[in-house]
Design a protein around this ligand. Structure first.
Ligand SMILES: [Zn+2]
Length: 396
């Protein structure tokens, strides 16, 4: 109990440090591919608090930072994770404050990445630093991993670490935006590209060619119908699956019959659906059209596969995280799920580690313009992370 109170007051006293750390992190424009500088900063921050730091680079300038607090006493290993990269800010005129100035106003820090996910990063760093500052008597090991390449699927980040044996832990917390909920599941995601091939000719004699955009229009309409049918599927925790045709391009000039067209499709799966089934349904739409239009020439290519996962509410990491939240906040947390893929999917699917997500940012506003996070929520989330560290690693 004394350790609990000391840890909470240490984090409360670090409020200004948390704000200044978050502002520093936001000022790194670490759009995926540009993680080198923020990686070096985070590595230095971890070294300064006495952690052993290893940097694993998938490619030059693409760091994954692994910081370890080894107690020397037998006990469990707790993995804390967040990513270093962010998505681009989009059109600047949509922003009230410049996205990389980290302006403080109305009790919030404003800027790209404040929600996804530099507030989460801040909570992990502040909580670990406070735990070390008070000499929290941990047993076992705390490992904090800060990855590159998360926003584009984690091939150079968490996937690489998992496939090379770096992920060894009993429990894990990923500080992705959850609006202070404990999130225990993500939908799986497939990214597909569908291409149609036609025959180019002069636009004044289209009957001599074959229009690839016309074929694609039929496919898109068929996929919209499929998306409507998917809306009838339902999982009690994960809700409905989805299908979105997100991009389309094709043709050369208006007065030529186009011989190519391409769309990008995003499909989110709920438990019970498989990747093979989802792709077969999409191919079924195309097959059906081929029956009506024999010249239709289309191919489906799989670009992204991001597995989903779902923990049972009785898993120890869920009850520990919920209990820690209750000790800090004084009420039970909301337990939720995430639509989007995160590194938690790889931690679970490739390394088998039970993992929850928790951080102060509002996931629904992540990637929007005018991203911002409440400073009170950042401090509160850091306390919950600190409490989770204590509840997992300090022998009761
Ligand atoms: Zn994220």
């Amino acid at each position: 109990m004394a350790a609990h109170l000391a840890l909470m007051s240490e984090i409360e006293d670090a409020r200004n440090d948390a704000v200044s750390l978050l502002r520093t992190l936001v000022r790194f424009p670490s759009i995926t591919g540009g993680e080198a500088e923020i990686g070096a900063f985070v590595a230095g921050y971890c070294r300064d608090m006495g952690l052993v730091v290893e940097i694993v680079e998938a490619e030059p300038g693409r760091p994954n930072v692994i910081a370890t607090w080894e107690s020397g006493r037998p006990g469990p290993t707790l993995l804390l994770n967040d990513h270093l990269d962010i998505v681009p800010p989009g059109p600047l005129e949509n922003w009230r404050y410049p996205p990389f100035d980290a302006i403080v106003a109305d009790g919030h820090v404003h800027g790209r990445g404040t929600i996804d996910t530099k507030s989460g990063l801040t909570t992990l760093l502040i909580a670990v630093r406070a735990a070390r500052a008070i000499g929290l008597p941990i047993a076992g090991k705390l490992v904090a991993i800060f990855t590159c390449d998360e926003e584009t699927g984690g091939k150079l980040g968490m996937q690489l670490l998992a496939r090379n044996g770096y992920l060894k832990a009993d429990l894990a917390v990923v500080a992705e935006p959850t609006t202070l909920r404990i999130e225990i599941a993500t939908k799986a995601r497939i990214g597909l590209e569908i291409t149609t091939v036609g025959k180019a000719t002069h636009g004044a004699r289209p009957w001599l060619g074959h229009n690839a955009i016309g074929d694609m229009a039929r496919i898109v309409a068929g996929l919209q119908d499929l998306a409507d049918r998917l809306g009838h599927r339902h999982h009690p925790r994960m809700g409905r699956p989805s299908l979105n045709v997100g991009t389309i391009e094709g043709g050369t000039v208006p007065n030529m019959v186009p011989n190519w067209c391409r769309i990008g499709v995003d499909r989110r799966l709920i438990p019970g659906e498989t990747k093979e089934q989802a792709i077969a349904e999409i191919e079924g739409v195309i097959e059906g059209l081929r029956g009506q239009y024999p010249k239709l020439d289309a191919a489906v290519a799989e670009l992204i596969w991001w597995p989903g996962y779902m923990l049972d509410e009785g898993e120890p990491i869920v009850t520990i995280a919920a209990g820690a939240f209750e000790k800090v906040v004084g009420r039970r947390p909301e337990i939720g799920v995430k639509d989007a893929g995160t590194d938690a999917s790889w931690i679970r699917s490739l390394a088998g580690i039970p993992v929850v997500m928790f951080s102060p940012g509002n996931g629904l506003s992540a990637m929007n313009a005018n991203e911002s996070v409440s400073i009170d929520d950042v401090v509160l989330a850091a306390k919950v992370i600190g409490q989770i560290i204590a509840d997992v690693l300090v022998k009761q």
